[in-house]
Design a protein. Structure first.
Lengths: 217, 217
């Protein structure tokens, strides 16, 4: 028997032993990681612009390649905006997205390189040239760094005391076309955001153990 | 003038206003986000296996597509192991990687789908079939979810009170071949880990403002 996650008391003890070794306070560990769950229902309570700005001011420090910060976000609040999104989602994701007070479309800006002279002062101009001449490298870098920022974003939502419901089940090309008509953005993940409603959570799925994912050499 | 990050006292006030709106305690915000910086030098103090396990037990809860958890990690400690890596890094990344007590190669397992029946019990077998028949979808999903997990990993290192130095400047194909000879893994990010040494930090680069990255519809 490995330490694959389940919901037993043995597990709680196993995790508590490791949790005590961290510098991060146990309540913060719970808020961001252990108690945080993908929410599938939401209350009507709105999410304010100020909350979203506070989340961004925290997560903007994510490290990215050449400080490129390629993550772009479109927040949907109105029923009209969500009506444009719902048909592009997998069927199982429609009802909960319709009910969420706020929906964030997280995308990679594949033209991030134009910002490099500003955000990476010591070498940004040279990087901009390199990326301008290599579409594959530029798009790959945009997707990688923006996906890393998505991890930060989800934790930022939880840091705000809100529930996040990240989803990958949607037609990414269609969402990119619909919400980023310049053709220079690629939608990566969509996140429902709000206060969790009734029966918001499914049973947690098992996690791989340390020994299944990590090795030492 | 927008609220683009700089190091002024005005900025501190601006950020404090938003920080107060979050549920996460201010010290935890500092530890994980605001005070956390990419370290470029390290002390000799070793990083223990127990610390790495504690980090993993925290970050294993990252949400991933179909709970696929495609992130795989190779930890390098010995000089011999690092000697295999150093020539594959950009020149500017070699000295600091050589000095780091621990180096983590973070990769996407593009054959993650074999684990789905275990980690996504209610539909894993069907997802496994779908991914088995579509290399592009499978590799794209592996890279996206694993990159999101990289974001969690970096924050996990900081939660352990350690400094992280994430790097994208390396020959990813060569690193994948050297450390994952099965041909089924793609190296994404390499992270130096340890206690920060002297002059560990460069000046922080500017961040994009909320209004530069986000919009509402």
């Amino acid at each position: 028997m490995t330490d694959t996650t389940n919901t037993s008391a043995d597990l709680a003890e196993f995790e508590a032993e490791f949790a005590a070794q961290l510098a991060l306070a146990p309540e913060a560990q719970d808020l961001l990681f252990r108690s945080a769950r993908t929410a599938n229902t939401f209350t009507d309570e709105p999410v304010s612009d100020e909350q979203l700005r506070a989340i961004y001011e925290l997560i903007k420090y994510a490290p990215t390649a050449a400080n490129s910060q390629p993550l772009r976000i479109v927040f949907l609040r109105s029923a009209e905006a969500k009506e444009r999104l719902l048909p592009l989602l997998g069927e199982g994701n429609r009802a909960k997205t319709s009910a969420a007070p706020l929906v964030a479309i997280l995308a990679a800006d594949t033209d991030f390189h134009d910002e490099l002279p500003k955000v990476f002062p010591h070498a940004g101009a040279a990087y901009r040239e390199m990326y301008a001449g290599n579409d594959d490298a530029r798009i790959g870098s945009a997707r990688l760094s923006a996906a890393l920022q998505v991890g930060y974003f989800i934790l930022g939502v939880r840091a705000a005391g809100l529930a996040a419901g990240p989803m990958g089940g949607f037609d990414a090309d269609a969402v990119s076309r619909e919400f980023f008509p310049d053709g220079k953005h690629q939608a990566l993940v969509i996140v429902n955001i709000g206060k969790p409603g009734e029966n918001a959570y499914f049973e947690r799925n098992p996690r791989l153990s340390f020994d299944e994912v990590a090795s030492f050499i």
